[in-house]
Design a protein around this ligand. Sequence first.
Ligand code: SF4
Length: 326
Amino acid sequence: MNIYNMTFHALEAYFSERGENKAKAKIIFNNLYRKRITNFDLSSRINEILKKDFNFESIKIIEKSSCSNAVKLLFGLYDNNSVEAVLMRHDYGNALCISTQVGCNMGCVFCQSGAMKKVRDLQPFEMVLQLLKAEEELGEKINRVTLMGIGEPLDNFENVMDFINIIGHRHGRGTAPRHITISTCGVPKLDELHEISCNLAISLHAPNNEIRSRLMPVNNAYSIENIIDFTKTRKKKTTLEYIMLAGINDSDDNARELAELVRGVNCYINLIPYNETSLNFARSSTERMANFYSILIQSGIRAVVRKEFGSELKAACGQLSSERTL
Ligand code: SF4
């Protein structure tokens, strides 16, 4: 078993089952996530116990490319698959967008990752190590984590919850839930997250079911009404993502319909400029996006246009893939 797969409580249980003081879990988390030890070489009784059951199998950075405000890292996994993570430099600190699966089964038609089927889920250690390796490679602290890379996080539910638990634990890295964003295309599993304190970004991408079903097959399982109902019953504000696709969902009528749809809902709309890939979609013009945005604002809807990161690296939303793209 990989040591980075272990939640704090699982480690406590591990020690208890062996008649050891479960407080040893605190020492291990401190060693792994604060001191950043990467082996059990130091001779100690705890290490001797752990050596029998755990390993430090890692992931490797196999390519790295940078631009002014982003760094893309391609990670090689133990089975020769690869995934990408992107560091984004904001004014308020660094955020890392990590992958949760190799490929994705959701099939959103505008998405490079969705063009490849899911190969497998990532284990918690493969998500934890994207973060630790990125910090080590870049020599910078990463304050925020977004689960917005390759894969649908809620299609890998247990592993993603363990990952959040591991990086968030106060005896380890202590990444607060308000600094973690789960980005989902909106699967039925979302209904289990009403109480979660992490930020949620749900891909809406259309003002009605007709357009959404054309863009996102998941709409047949979890429709726009499901998303709005979920968002209404949540205490925290939810981000609704809206990717701007020329001639598909970006007309003035679409903007007015969207404004009506989300009126009174505790959310804000994040308008995302589309980053063109080999797929057959084009980004909305700057003028079209500005009109769309103005209609939302004039209708009293909170909206922002997302700042772009890494589009020249093919590292932006919808452009990541599990194949080498550089
Ligand atoms: S947008 Fe997200 S959920 Fe949809 S196919 Fe791409 S990676 Fe999967």
